[in-house]
Each structure stands twice: as structure tokens, then as C-alpha cells.
Design a protein around this ligand. Sequence first.
Ligand SMILES: [Zn+2]
Length: 68
Amino acid sequence: MALIKCPECGREISSTVTECPHCGYQLRKRSQKVSLDDTQKKQIFIICLIVTSPIIKHYNKKETNTIS
Ligand SMILES: [Zn+2]
């Protein structure tokens, strides 16, 4: 945790806050959080692929078994 200067009012504020408590200036921390959410969505998508691919393979095996 570090103190940074608000670009709007110039007062010292914590670097962990998303907006200045003195003037309400929005710091660009939320956009970083959005990018983190995007990577989380990608991870969830990859996990879904890993989970569903054996199920798809299982159904494909079932289909070939019924044909032969
Ligand atoms: Zn401020």
C-alpha cells in the first residue's frame, strides 16, 4: 500500500482506492479489474472445454458402438 497524489486535487490518497475520497476523481483501477475478468472468462472457457471434451468423446464412442 502506497500513497499517490490525486491528479485532480493533488492530495495524497491510497493507491488501493478506486476513487479519490477528497474530490471523487475516478482512478483507472477499474479498467485493470475488467481486464482481469476477461482472463478469468478465458480460463473458465478453457476449463469448460477440458471438462466437456471427454463427454463428447464418450458420446462419439457410444455412437460408433451402436453402429458396429
Ligand atoms: Zn482528488
